[in-house]
Ligand binder design. Structure first.
Ligand code: SAH
Ligand code: SF4
Length: 354
C-alpha cells in the first residue's frame, strides 16, 4: 500500500500584504518589541532584500519565526522590451500565471513608473486595449508595490525613479482598498518606499462614489480621464459615464479635497472627428471653470483593431490654443513607448501558458 507521508504545503500569508499597524500587532502578540516592525519593513522596502535570512540585524530566532509564518512574494520578470525613446515595458508574471505590464518612462531629470492595479479592467472604455480582456482580477497590495520594487533594482545611475503614476492596466478606484494600502507603503517616509505624495498620481475613469474617501485617505495627485465634453460622446466612449455623467463628475471634482496649491489633471484623448473640434475645446474650457484644473491632451494611440484615428497635428495644436487662450495649462502628451505597445491604452493582459 502506498503511504502518503508528504505534507501538503500550506501557503503562508505574504508579509507584503500587511501594513505597519497589522505587523506591529502581530509582533506584539509574539512578544517582539514594536520597533522591530520598522526594522523589518525597512529591509523589505528600503533595502529590498529577497528573504528573511537577509535581515541580518534580526536574531536568528526572529528570522526563523518570520520564515515559519510568512511568505515573501516577488514578481517573475517574463520580458523587458526597450523602446527607441528609452522607455521600457516590463511583463511580469503573477503567482497564478496571470501577467501584468509596468512601464518605466525616462524624463529629463528623473524616471516615472506607470504601474497597474488590476489584471485587465471592467470599465469597457471603447478606445482602450486593456478593456478588451475584461476584468480578470484585482492586484493585491503586494503585487502593486512589487512592480516598483522590481523596477527600482534596474534604475541605477544619476537619474532617479521619483514619480509614480497609477495609469497602467486597471481602474484603481475599483480596487480601492488594496490601492490605498499600496499607496500607504509607497509614500511611508519612515519604513516604506519614501515616495513624495506630490509625485504619485492616481488616474481614474471617474468613479466618483470613491472621491470623498480618496481625498480623506491620501494626499496624492488625482487625474481624471475625461475624454469628452458631452454626455452622449462620453457615454459612447466610456460606459462609466452612464452611471456618473459629466456634470456629476465635475461637481465631485470641484468638491474634491485637494492638497494646498494642487490641481486636478484632466486627461483628454483627442480622437479624430469624435471629440477634437474647436467647439469641444471651448466646451471643455467652460466645463472646467469650477475646478482647479490642468489639462493633458493625449493624441489617440492607435492599436490593432482600434476603430478610432489620431487627429492631425494641426487639429491638436488648435485645440490646445483655445485652452491656452482661456487661461489653462494644457500640455500635449505624446505617449512614450509606442513602438513596443507600452503607450497609454495599449497595455493588455495575457496569460502565460507554459
Ligand atoms: N483606468 C484609469 C487608469 C488607467 S488608463 C483611467 O482610465 O484613468 C490610463 C490612461 O490611458 C487614461 O487616461 C486613458 O484615457 C488613456 N488611454 C487609454 N487608451 C488610450 C489610447 N488608445 N490612446 C491614448 N490614451 C489612452
Ligand atoms: Fe479601464 Fe482606464 Fe482602460 Fe477605461 S481607460 S478600460 S478605465 S484602464
Amino acid at each position: 500500500m502506498t503511504q502518503f507521508t508528504e505534507k501538503i504545503p500550506q501557503t503562508l500569508p505574504d508579509i507584503k500584504t500587511f501594513n505597519k499597524e497589522e505587523l506591529t500587532r502581530w509582533f506584539e502578540e509574539k512578544g517582539i518589541q514594536a520597533y522591530r516592525t520598522s526594522q523589518v519593513m525597512r529591509w523589505i522596502y528600503l533595502k529590498q532584500v529577497e528573504s528573511f535570512d537577509d535581515m541580518t540585524d534580526l536574531s536568528i530566532k526572529n528570522r526563523q519565526l518570520l520564515t515559519e509564518n510568512f511568505s515573501f512574494s516577488m514578481l517573475e520578470t517574463r520580458q523587458v522590451e526597450s523602446s527607441t525613446d528609452g522607455s521600457q515595458k516590463y511583463l511580469f508574471e503573477l503567482q497564478d500565471g496571470n501577467t501584468i505590464e509596468t512601464v518605466l518612462i525616462p524624463e529629463k531629470t528623473h524616471y516615472t513608473l506607470c504601474i497597474s492595479t488590476q489584471v485587465g479592467c471592467a470599465m469597457g472604455c471603447r478606445f482602450c486595449m486593456t478593456a478588451k480582456s475584461g476584468l480578470i482580477r484585482n492586484l493585491t497590495q503586494a503585487e502593486i508595490v512589487n512592480q516598483v520594487i522590481r523596477v527600482l533594482k534596474d534604475v541605477t545611475g544619476e537619474k532617479r525613479l521619483t514619480n509614480i503614476v497609477l495609469m497602467g492596466m486597471g481602474e484603481p478606484l475599483a480596487n480601492y482598498e488594496n490601492v490605498i494600502r499600496a499607496i500607504g507603503i509607497l509614500t511611508d517616509n519612515d519604513s516604506g518606499l519614501q515616495f513624495s505624495t506630490r509625485r504619485v498620481t492616481l488616474s481614474t475613469s471617474g468613479i466618483i462614489s470613491r472621491f470623498e474617501a480618496l481625498g480623506r485617505d491620501t494626499k496624492i495627485n488625482l487625474a481624471i480621464s475625461l475624454n469628452a465634453t458631452e454626455n452622449h460622446t462620453r457615454s459612447m466612449l466610456m460606459p462609466v459615464n452612464r452611471k456618473y455623467p459629466i456634470e456629476d463628475l465635475i461637481d465631485a471634482c470641484a468638491r474634491y479635497q485637494l492638497a494646498p496649491r494642487n490641481k486636478i489633471t484632466f486627461e483628454y484623448i483627442l480622437i479624430q472627428g469624435v471629440n477634437d473640434s474647436t467647439a469641444d475645446a471651448h466646451r471643455l474650457a467652460k466645463l472646467l471653470r469650477p475646478v482647479k484644473a490642468k489639462i493633458n491632451l493625449i493624441p489617440f494611440n492607435e492599436h490593432p483593431g482600434s476603430e478610432f484615428k489620431r487627429p492631425a497635428e494641426s487639429a491638436t495644436l488648435k485645440f490646445q490654443a483655445v485652452l491656452h487662450e482661456k487661461g489653462y495649462t494644457a500640455i500635449i502628451r505624446h505617449s512614450k513607448g509606442l513602438d513596443i505597445s507600452a503607450a497609454c491604452g495599449q497595455l493588455s493582459a495575457k496569460k502565460i501558458i507554459s
